[in-house]
Design a protein around this ligand. Structure first.
Ligand code: MF3
Ligand code: CO
Length: 264
């Protein structure tokens, strides 16, 4: 979601056992959607076809696509190619080419509860620079995840993601951030991918957050295309995105949008 200042006084919701069970189910179904979509990625398919299949998969598993019509967004899946960071709008004329990288961001609502996850894939054979970008972006999520312990603060996640990618020469997008998830797609708190002066809310068992590093090869700066949605890197460098919906527990965090055996 769009970045905003900390609103430290706003409460971060704590999910009940029943809500957590529904969010597990939402996440499991979303993981399945991603797994099916990954199998489609190949040179020659349009970003529109990915969205059409994605919407069908979401509805067929008893969910509602939460991105569709969200603030006027016209599709169910955000499909962002190469220098597009996030929120790419699917288009019949946008055909994936060998060597492209493509990020798929998808979300579902199951019995009133949301889940949100994104993956970035190579189309056919991609250059080693792109392979590394995708891997560093995914690993930065896991660095953030390792900080998801009750008693830590949101800023610990932000610092871990930022530190990991910066050390390797990549940059973390600042104008968009992760977020709380629950009965709404976007809840408190913001989960930035760069450190802040304030440590942010303290993590407590029952909080659910989407951690979503958006990582560029070049500068962190991004701009918006005239379609009012597509976010692109200002320098034209490639960008990758990896996101999961994560439950804070008494112990290890639980990735809700990454079902057992589905190792994307
Ligand atoms: N994961 C994206 C986000 O948190 C989902 C955007 S939904 C859209 O911002 F509908 F706005 F595209
Ligand atoms: Co999100």
């Amino acid at each position: 979601r769009m970045s905003a200042f900390w609103r430290g006084t706003m409460a971060v919701s704590i999910k009940s056992a029943r809500e957590i069970e529904l969010m597990r189910e939402a996440g499991k179904r979303l993981a399945h959607v991603h797994q099916e979509l990954e199998a489609m990625i190949a040179p020659g398919i349009s970003t529109w076809e990915i969205d059409a299949k994605g919407e069908k998969l979401i509805r067929d598993c008893g969910c509602i696509p939460n991105f569709l019509h969200y603030n006027g967004y016209p599709a169910s899946i955000c499909v962002s190619v190469n220098d597009e960071v996030v929120h790419g709008i699917p288009n019949k004329h946008r055909i994936l080419q060998e060597g492209d990288i493509v990020s798929l961001d998808a979300g579902v609502i199951y019995k009133g509860y949301h889940s949100d996850a994104a993956r970035t894939y190579g189309v056919g054979t991609i250059d080693s620079e792109s392979v590394q970008l995708i891997e560093v972006t995914k690993q930065s999520f896991f660095e953030g995840l390792a900080q998801c312990r009750a008693g830590n603060h949101i800023n610990d996640i932000s610092k871990a993601v930022f530190g990991y990618v910066t050390k390797r020469g990549y940059s973390a997008v600042r104008d968009l951030v992760g977020h709380g998830v629950g009965a709404h797609l976007h809840e408190e708190p913001n989960v930035p991918n760069y450190p802040k002066l304030f440590k942010g809310p303290k993590l407590k068992p029952g909080m659910v957050i989407a951690i979503e590093p958006m990582i560029n090869i070049g500068s962190y700066q991004v701009g918006w295309l005239n379609d009012d949605w597509t976010v692109v890197t200002m320098d034209g460098s490639r960008s990758a995105h990896y996101e999961n919906t994560v439950l804070i527990t008494e112990g290890d965090p639980e990735i809700l949008s990454r079902a057992e055996g589905l190792e994307l």
